[in-house]
Design a protein. Sequence first.
Length: 151
Amino acid sequence: MTDQEHAYILYREGIPQKEIARMMGKSEQTVTRWKNAGEWDKKATDEMMSEQTIQEDASELLRYQLRTLKQIKEQNEQQTAADGQPRLLAKGLIDGVRDLYNVTKSREIEWTTYVRVIRELTGFLRKENMQVAQLVVDLMDDFLNSKRKNL
């Protein structure tokens, strides 16, 4: 992933351009140039609308699958009651629902999660002890950049 792509992700997360520039060790003018050339505002709007549609479709499909599994479960219970032989749901059915669920929940920790946590920690430090905050902010930026480079 390029520096511009990482900067865009931060921008989309709502981080001000000045802070993006500081975190990435770039000038504010460079970030502004990237933003304008990449049409970040339009791109972010388009992506958010697309993601919302995908999430809604996946949630609807998950609800459908869960209703269907419930019906299969009820049929299995009736058959079990009739002949005394327990019946389990097929592993493939369970795996499919699990996969759909994973689409609808948030991903594992991503780089943007690190950024959010570091920003919150920095804000806390600034309120509690500005000297400590000033000492660690460069190290935190280095940490974020090392995580970004390992993606």
